[in-house]
Structure formats: structure tokens, C-alpha cells
Write a protein that binds this ligand. Sequence first.
Ligand SMILES: Nc1ncnc2c1ncn2[C@@H]1O[C@H](COP(=O)(O)OP(=O)(O)OP(=O)(O)O)[C@@H](O)[C@H]1O
Length: 258
Amino acid sequence: MTGLRVRHRRTVALDGVDLTLGRGVHGLLGPNGAGKTSLIRVLATVARPDAGRVEMLGEDVGDPRRRGPVRARLGYLPQEFGHYPGFTVREFVAYMAWLKEVPAADTPAAVARAVDRVGLTERADAKVRTLSGGMVRRVGIAQAVVNDPEILLLDEPTAGLDPEQRVEFRALLRELGTRATVVVSTHLVEDVAAACTEVTLLDGGRVAYRGTPDALSALGEEAGADGVGDNPIERGYTAALRAHRAERAHRAGTVAAR
Ligand SMILES: Nc1ncnc2c1ncn2[C@@H]1O[C@H](COP(=O)(O)OP(=O)(O)OP(=O)(O)O)[C@@H](O)[C@H]1O
């Protein structure tokens, strides 16, 4: 994507973002309001940018005719995910498979596999309304992966998952990232350290940092005891944010002084 700009009324949510995302697991980090959800919604083709160009799977998704074919090859877990509480887990995931144009003959196996991947096989015939919040989140992950997407977009997938599920989910992410482009927004820096091949840190609608989790940890090591955070990657996160903010303030100062 190049020059991506998204506004919500007077708020600029994304301010000229250029990013190229290849195969692997991309962690999207950033403080509240940084623009993570706005970015994921554009990639999911549910929101349109005010400016910029987004190309996915070789298609320009600014062209409405090209969006349909791309959508069938996407998986998306929104932050607020609307499900159908009267459906069973299996019915709901099958319905999403149908929306994604998974061939009818393949659907039962695809649904069983997706439900198994999130550890819900035993609850497959339970109504979604009877599940706990964390289990509903897992149903959301199952529907996102049911079509074996080439691009998988997950907005805070680990929110509400218990520690055991989080560990399993990270393993699933690593596996999916070997074949697909996976974008995961999270507030849990440890998710990034454990599952991501690359980190993109957003701040104020701009890319503040890009690199590997190891490079971000190294930045935290450099910050040493002065850094804020309980481990190197958390210290790297705060160091990268501070450096980005200092640079922006410096630029603003330079412009003001002219
Ligand atoms: N529907 C909306 N109407 C007005 N402003 C909005 C709307 N959605 C987002 N914003 C604003 O756009 C900016 C970016 O929001 P966004 O939800 O993309 O951030 P985020 O990084 O996902 O935040 P969080 O970590 O809190 O989920 C924020 O300033 C937010 O207040």
C-alpha cells in the first residue's frame, strides 16, 4: 500500500502509510488510537481509504470489480465481531465458508478442520450464545481461517483468550504464516515476540518502526535500564515510540522555526 490516508471526520487515523507485507506473520503494535483497526479495515476491504493505493494479491482493491475475488481469498476477524448467537459453532463457520465461496463438497471438512484448529471440536454443536467470551473469540478465528486464506487479518485475536489458548494460538499463527500473509494487531508485546516474523509499530497514524521482533528487543537492550518495560521487547517498544515522537517533534520544531 502506498500513501494510505484514512480520516474519520476530523481525525486523521492513517497519515500517508506505505507498507509492503509479504508472507509471514506481521505484528501490528501501537498505542490506543494509533490506527491499527483503521489499517486492518482497509485491508479487509470493509473501509475505503481517503487517499492512497492498496494492492492485494496482485489486484488494485480500489477498483470495486476486483474486490469480490480478493475477498474470497481473505480471512478477517474484526475487533467487534458480529456472530449469530442462534447458530451452532459448526453452522456459523459453515455459513462463513459459504460466504467465502468454499465449494459445498469441501465445506464439512474445512469447517471441521477450522473448528479443530481453535480447539473447539467438543463444542462444535453448541450454540454460539452458550459459549464464553474467549470461546466466541476462537469461533471468530475459526471463521477467519475456514477458507485457507492467502491473507489473514486478525484484529486483537488474543483478547480474552486464556494463557493456554494463547500459546496454542501463537503456534497456529506461526503455521499459517508459512503459507499466508498474516496481519495481527495486538497490545500484547509477548504475542509478537513469540509468533511474529515482523513488527510494524504505528503511532499517530504513521509507521513508527518496522523490523523483526529480535531487532525490537535489541533496541530495548540498548535502552538498558533507562527503558520503560519489564523485558527487552517492551523496552524496545517504548524506545521506538519515543524515538518516533522525538523525531516528529523535531521536524515540527524545524518547520515552525522557518
Ligand atoms: N468511527 C470513528 N469515528 C471517529 N473517529 C474514529 C472512528 N474510528 C476510529 N476513530 C479515530 O481514529 C483514530 C484511529 O483509531 P483506530 O481504531 O484505527 O486505532 P487503534 O490503533 O486500532 O486503537 P485501539 O488500540 O484503541 O484499538 C483514533 O483517533 C480514533 O479515535
